[in-house]
Write a protein that binds this ligand. Structure first.
Ligand code: FES
Ligand code: FES
Length: 185
């Protein structure tokens, strides 16, 4: 026998905009974001809480949207990768990702970037160890971890208002190479 599926109209605040969506109780947040709101920047890989590809922020905290019921997120501030740039102007974290080659195939990048945003909004000058710890739930199948960590450290520098343009933190980004990651512990 077909189970009773309860669906209710709910209000979602995503990237500062309110959406009214008819949501069934068992739907996950990532399903609503991608399939109902068309915000496909948030990725699904494992779909069981093991990879971090689906990370978004809820009230500033990184959460796994494949493991979160949409019904529990009504009225909370949800941030996805689409909310970061201001038109063509990238967020400083995205800019750092470009400069430090944080993406290879790029599939994991939205999840890593949202996790990094959650960290950097609380900790302006994280150590390399703190960055590693914060990113420990995110998997990069390309194995691009060194560049991802460099991206987060560069993003932190940029968000503190310090100019990084003459001191790239990884080779191949122009200028004179200086490994500032070591300066961050
Ligand atoms: S898709 Fe959500 S943790 Fe992997
Ligand atoms: S850049 Fe390809 S999975 Fe991370």
């Amino acid at each position: 026998m077909e189970k009773d599926r309860k669906a209710e109209e709910r209000d979602y605040l995503v990237n500062g905009k309110t959406y009214r969506v008819k949501v069934e109780d068992h739907w996950t947040l990532v399903y609503v974001l991608r399939d109902k709101l068309g915000l496909t920047g948030t990725k699904i890989a494992c779909d069981n809480g093991a990879c971090g590809a689906c990370t978004v922020l809820i009230d500033g905290e990184p959460i796994l949207s494949c493991m979160t019921l949409a019904a529990e997120c009504e009225g909370r501030a949800i941030e996805t990768i689409e909310g970061l740039s201001n038109g063509p102007r990238l967020h400083l974290i995205q800019q750092a990702w470009l400069e430090e080659h944080g993406a290879q195939c790029g599939f994991c990048s939205p999840g890593f970037i949202m996790t990094a945003k959650g960290l950097l909004e609380k900790t302006a000058s994280p150590t390399k160890e703190e960055v590693r710890e914060a990113l420990s739930g995110n998997v990069c199948r390309c194995g691009n971890y060194d560049h991802i960590i460099a991206s987060v450290l560069t993003a932190a520098t940029k968000m503190r208002g310090e100019d990084t343009s003459l001191a790239p933190t990884s080779p191949g980004t122009g200028g004179t190479y200086k490994d500032e990651r070591e300066d961050h512990g």
